[in-house]
Design a protein around this ligand. Structure first.
Ligand code: DC
Length: 193
């Protein structure tokens, strides 16, 4: 079975997707990390984030040196890198390949709509900007309003990519604990099985 979990930055996707995959013994595929890797490779090689063809040619390559893929430097550039259609086409093909190997939880922005439109269970996780900023601020040890501005900027940068599938189950995690959100997704999987 394929489960997709899409949503905006800070909605709890990674935490929930990883926990669901652990609970069910499924493979976890973090598609955002793949775009972050590409961004890091482009930064290392000095490739212009506006050059879609050059970026698409780098899909699948790994950064040569140690790099923090969740750093602000990568986060600030990843939207520009991931918006090119030729990049997305190659990424989606790789993501699809990984999902077809075995039962998987795919996490991202367009996994239920574009990567695996036939997925058996599709979830769209969302939360208020305030809740998302507060969570990221705790993770990063930064001020909430500063993180809020970064997340709002990424929402704008990702707007085109963020494509909830029409048949996705929407879960607002603003008032939920991680355990409650994970339980909600697992219940959907059990109902589909
Ligand atoms: O989930 P994340 O914050 O690690 O994702 C990093 C970026 O990658 C995000 O700002 C937009 C892009 N992304 C995308 O365009 N499509 C996806 N399926 C996943 C991520």
């Amino acid at each position: 079975m394929v489960i997709t979990i899409d949503g905006p930055a800070g909605a709890g996707k990674s935490t929930v997707a990883r926990a669901v995959a652990d609970r069910l013994g499924y493979m976890y595929v973090d598609t955002g990390l793949m775009y972050r890797e590409l961004t890091a490779v482009a930064m290392e090689r000095g490739v212009d984030p506006g050059d879609g063809d050059a970026l698409a040619a780098l899909v699948g390559e790994a950064p040569a040196g140690p790099v923090d893929l969740r750093s602000e430097a990568v986060s600030a550039r990843v939207s520009a890198v991931s918006r090119h259609p030729q990049v997305r086409q190659r990424m989606r093909a790789r993501q699809r390949e990984r999902a077809l190997v075995r039962d998987a939880v795919l996490e991202g922005r367009d996994t239920g709509s574009r990567v695996c439109p036939d997925a058996e269970v599709k979830v769209y996780l969302t939360a208020s900007l305030e809740a998302r900023a507060a969570r990221r601020a705790v993770d990063l040890g930064l001020a909430t309003d500063e993180v809020g501005r970064t997340i709002a900027a990424r929402d704008r940068g990702d707007a085109e990519q963020l494509a909830p599938a029409p048949d996705a189950h929407v879960i607002d995690t603003s008032g939920l604990t991680v355990a409650e959100a994970v339980d909600a997704v697992v219940r959907l999987v059990e109902a589909a099985a």
